[in-house]
Ligand binder design. Sequence first.
Ligand SMILES: N[C@@H](CCC(=O)N[C@@H](CS)C(=O)NCC(=O)O)C(=O)O
Length: 209
Amino acid sequence: MTSNITVWGRINSSNVRKVLWCLEELGLDYQQVDAGGAFGLVDSPEYLALNPNGMIPCLRDGSFVIWESNAIVRYLARKYGKAPFMVEDPESWALADQWMDWTTFSFGLPFRNLFWNILRTAPADRDQDAIKLGIDHCSTQFAIADAALSKKPYMSGDNIGVGDIPLGCLAYAWFSMEIQRPDLPHLEAWYERLTNRAAYQKAVMSALT
Ligand SMILES: N[C@@H](CCC(=O)N[C@@H](CS)C(=O)NCC(=O)O)C(=O)O
């Protein structure tokens, strides 16, 4: 679909991947501008005028500007989505919100600590105790997702939806890291379903570092 969408953010950021994956699933045209990390730009007055947090991602759609990755994903689904990404009933939205918020607030912090210790820290400087604790903590959280996925094929229910997007981006890093993972068959089957999607392959499955 033709649109006038620009996304700022480096593609190896999990939060940027959420937005890119959603755009790909919705079949929207967009321009991606590298920003953040080694690309800088986020401290410039021009960027701060778009996103005063100086963080990525940020999306502009025509003259409308929005930041916060989960909010961007919901905006795109509501504006451009059709089922399964746009849902109508309050219960389906509530479940999508539940998993999006859970991923950010319950899962995100322990995962970030683990991710940084392994992928953003030189081997000699890694804190092995923190890594072990991080794997334990993430495994406990992933077991909650695994239990949900034992009943339905997606976090969003019978079909994929925006509720799958945040965890799906972190799952790529989890399954790519050289760590000892617990046996969580429903989570693994869900992850495999995601990896078969062209949009996921294009937007999420790129180099982590
Ligand atoms: N809650 C924000 C968090 C954004 C965030 O933490 N972005 C990180 C990248 S994942 C960032 O901007 N880091 C600074 C940088 O990359 O320069 C969101 O979900 O959009």
